[in-house]
Design a protein around this ligand. Sequence first.
Ligand SMILES: NC(=O)c1ccc[n+]([C@@H]2O[C@H](COP(=O)([O-])OP(=O)(O)OC[C@H]3O[C@@H](n4cnc5c(N)ncnc54)[C@H](O)[C@@H]3O)[C@@H](O)[C@H]2O)c1
Length: 360
Amino acid sequence: MKSFVYNGQAGRVVFGAGSLQYLGREIEALGAHKALVLSTPEQRASAEMIADLLGPRAAGIFDRAVMHVPVETAREARALARQLGADCAVAIGGGSTTGLGKAIALDSGLPILAIPTTYAGSEMTPIYGITEAGMKKTGKDARVLPRTVIYDPELTLGLPVGMSVTSGINAIAHAAEGLYATDANPIMDLMAKEGIAALGRALPVIAQSPVRAEPVEAVLQARSDALYGAWLCGTVLGNVGMALHHKLCHTLGGSFNLPHAETHTIVLPHALAYNAAAAPQAMQHIAEALNGSSAAQAVFDLAKNNGAPVALGDVGMKEADLDRACDIAMQNQYPNPRPLERDAIRQLLQDAFEGARPRK
Ligand SMILES: NC(=O)c1ccc[n+]([C@@H]2O[C@H](COP(=O)([O-])OP(=O)(O)OC[C@H]3O[C@@H](n4cnc5c(N)ncnc54)[C@H](O)[C@@H]3O)[C@@H](O)[C@H]2O)c1
């Protein structure tokens, strides 16, 4: 076994169907008394449900979380927390809402309790992103890591099927790249393999659930598996470095405004195909976790067979922009198992644009 550094990050996880009932206990365990509840406008009803559950421990609701965390929004939320005397924040939602909580924590040190309702995994990472004057700055700071995370699969039952599949493959991308990270370690490898396998099992059941009218128990089981997988994959993202796939997705999301989870879903098979020969063991682990013979094809099939988009052309990318995307992706490269070769990256983007099934 090669030498490694493992840096365990503290964080309490309360997992299971119905675990939201422990919210009050968990706020108390943080030593907090008044929580500002954060959500997107779309999840206002969930925020109200949380505030009702908190009763006198609810300081108020801030329901204006949006993608990419504009600095003005973070400042407003922080000012409201101060004005209401909140001594913690509860973020219910996906990566955008957790991201708002992180931006508040970065400056104020306010403890965050996260209740994830997608599979993005932000709640398990010390990575934050804030957008100022149109530029997204990202950084790492231990202060932004949520102190407690309540994973309650019942809260994900309403996540639309399409978003569930793309969000789940977004999570798989964290684990897949973690397996060939330059700072990979055997603990994260275990989590990555288990996380990919849990999501690989769960997503087809979730995708079929409205059609086949699965018994509720089977759907809840699949939702539990998916959230468990998302937790593990998010932990991998928070612990080891990402590579070509994440660089491409940051480029496409940041410079071309493509949707986050869909972009991850479309690009991942092609990034894996690009790296396949340079990271054979990681590929074998990914393929085995998905019961396939090729990592790239298994991820592509998981997306396509479950109704997710597979072509960048279908989510707003223009073919005329592929050269520029390639140029941006070649700058400030992340470490990657295979060196970045311009012609091959351009071909990768073309394949992703067209939605071609990887050949290997
Ligand atoms: N810092 C990190 O470590 C990290 C990790 C992953 C993602 N992110 C960031 O998170 C953002 C993407 O997060 P996301 O993919 O979770 O999307 P999101 O948080 O933007 O959510 C998308 C939409 O789905 C809604 N939604 C969430 N859960 C729902 C549910 N259960 N039922 C119905 N609607 C629901 C939200 O309210 C929102 O309207 C990106 O900005 C990305 O950069 C950050």
